[in-house]
Design a protein around this ligand. Structure first.
Ligand SMILES: Cc1cc2nc3c(=O)[nH]c(=O)nc-3n(C[C@H](O)[C@H](O)[C@H](O)COP(=O)(O)O)c2cc1C
Length: 260
C-alpha cells in the first residue's frame, strides 16, 4: 500500500471522511485506531494519514497514544484531517507539536466541519444544514487528496488566536478528567438489554450488569454508546432525552461495531 489512513470515530464522520479520502487517493488502506496493535501490524506505506474528531478543542487521547508508536514506521509524508463541529481551534497545531517532539513532521493538516455529535450541547442540527456540511466536505476532499498525492507541505489549518488560547486552556484542564466523565451516563427504561453499547464502545469501557450498561471510567467521550443505541435509552446528564441522536447517514452500525 502506498497510503495508510488511521482513523478514530465515534459516530462515523471521521470514518466517512477517511473513506472519501481513500477513494480519491487510490491504493489506500484504512486502519481503525481503536483496535490497532503496532506490534502485530507493521506499516510500510510512504504516506500516513491521521483522521480523527476534535475533542474539547484538541487531539483525542487514542490518537496521542498512536503517535507513541508512529515513528517506528518512518513515514515519508504525514498528514492529518481533524473532523470537527466547527471549531478546530488549536488541534492541528497541537498535533504538529506532539509529532515534532517525536521527531516527526506533520506535512499538512486539514479541518473538515461535519455535524456535531457533542450531544450535551444539543443535536446535530437540521438535515439541510447537515447536508451543506457533507457537500462542503465533498468539495474539499479532492483538494486534500491532490495535496497528499503531490506530497505537498502546507501550514496546518487553525482557528482564530483568541479561540486557540482560551480553548487550549480548557483542553488542558479537562484532559485528565475525560476517562471519568462517564459518571454522567445513565440508562432509561427503554433499554432492551441488546448490548450494542458494549460492542460499539472503542474503549471497552462498558460492562453489562443484568443486561444493562455500566461505565467503568475509561471513557474516551466518543458518545458511540449513546448515539448508536437503537432505543435511544442511553442518556448523559439531564438534557439528552430531548435531543436528537446522530450518526453519519452513510455509516452503518456494522462499520463501527468491529473497528477491525
Ligand atoms: C467529547 C467531544 C468533544 C468535542 N469537541 C469539539 C470541539 O472542541 N470542537 C469542535 O468543532 N467539535 C467538537 N466535537 C464534535 C466532533 O468533533 C464532531 O462532531 C466530529 O465530526 C465527530 O466525529 P466522529 O463522528 O468521527 O466521531 C466534540 C465531540 C465530542 C464527542
Amino acid at each position: 500500500m502506498s497510503t495508510t489512513l488511521f482513523y478514530y470515530t465515534g459516530t462515523g464522520n471521521s470514518l466517512w471522511v477517511a473513506r472519501k479520502v481513500a477513494d480519491e487517493s487510490g491504493e489506500t488502506e484504512l486502519i481503525p485506531i481503536a483496535t490497532f496493535n503496532s506490534d502485530s501490524r507493521p506499516i510500510t506505506s510512504e504516506t500516513i494519514g491521521l483522521i480523527f474528531p476534535v475533542y474539547i478543542w484538541g487531539v483525542p487521547a487514542p490518537v496521542l497514544r498512536l503517535i507513541e508508536t508512529l515513528s517506528k514506521f518512518n513515514p515519508q509524508y504525514l498528514f492529518a484531517v481533524a473532523v470537527n463541529g466547527g471549531q478546530v481551534s488549536n488541534t492541528l497545531v497541537q498535533l504538529q507539536k506532539v509529532l515534532a517532539s517525536k521527531n516527526m513532521k506533520l506535512n499538512a493538516g486539514f479541518s473538515i466541519t461535519m455535524p456535531s455529535n457533542y450531544i450535551p450541547w444539543g443535536g446535530p442540527g437540521p438535515v439541510e444544514i447537515q447536508q451543506q456540511k457533507f457537500d462542503a466536505a465533498m468539495e474539499k476532499i479532492p483538494q486534500i487528496a491532490a495535496v497528499i498525492k503531490a506530497k505537498q507541505t502546507l501550514p496546518v489549518e487553525k482557528g482564530p488566536l483568541w479561540q486557540r488560547i482560551l480553548y487550549t486552556g480548557f483542553y488542558k484542564l479537562s484532559f485528565n478528567q475525560v476517562p471519568k466523565m462517564d459518571g454522567q451516563f445513565w440508562v432509561d427504561e427503554k433499554c432492551n438489554q441488546c448490548g450494542i453499547c458494549q460492542k460499539v464502545c472503542p474503549a471497552n469501557n462498558i460492562t453489562l450488569v443484568e443486561g444493562k450498561p455500566v461505565w467503568n471510567h475509561r471513557c474516551e467521550q466518543c458518545y458511540a454508546c449513546l448515539q448508536w443505541c437503537p432505543k435511544e435509552a442511553i442518556q448523559y446528564g439531564k438534557k439528552t432525552p430531548q435531543y436528537e441522536r446522530y450518526h453519519h447517514p452513510e455509516v452503518k452500525l456494522k462499520d463501527v461495531l468491529k473497528r477491525g
